[in-house]
Design a protein around this ligand. Sequence first.
Ligand SMILES: [Zn+2]
Length: 250
Amino acid sequence: MKIITKKSSPNFDERKSKIDIIVIHYTGMQSFEEALEHLCKPSSKVSSHYLINSSGDVYLLVDEEKRAWHAGVSYWSGNIDVNSSSIGIELVNPGHEFGYEIFSESQMTSLEVLIKSLINNYNIPLYNIVGHSDIAPLRKKDPGELFNWKRLAKKNLSIWPKKLSTSFSKNIKIGNKSNGILQVQEFLSEIGYKITKDGFFSEETKLVLMAFQRRFRCHKVDGLFDDETGSMIKSIYDLKKQVKKDFEIT
Ligand SMILES: [Zn+2]
């Protein structure tokens, strides 16, 4: 993987905490040139550490030691300053607004090499490799349902749910309030999502479920609760607990 530093971005400041999260984005702009320009012009006030185009070229825009401005208002596992503790990676893709495309093989390969080296350099736990939609589910969809998280997981660069049979209540429906809904909210919160734990299936609960599905059940992103979604939530919850335990021991 060749890193190109052709253009750097002035949109950064100092980190306030150590690096332990990787956030994956898509650019959501019509071309690579437009995205590069946007991420580097002072007035846009946004940036990322890396930008990867569809040919797999990796551009370094902000030094890893600096706090790039890519996450915006966001939250992950109690952290409300995700920019301070993350590396932001933008993948060139027009996104949902301009003709969402499959991420190319070269782009994915470069991304995987980059993530692997970041994991090694900063000892980043796999449950902290997230999409922008995970940390801002109410306002973001990127990198979106065409991003292949399963492929990353197969290379041990992300977590992936196991097939589980679980018994959640059948009464987990939009507008209802129940202990079953509260349990789902508690699991999602433990996984890292920002969600109100009040047992009420609100619009917020729906949007968080959509963020979860966009990532782990990309063929059906409807924000409704079903057995498959429930089983995946429970599995990721268990996995995170296990990985966290192993991680703290080593
Ligand atoms: Zn984003």
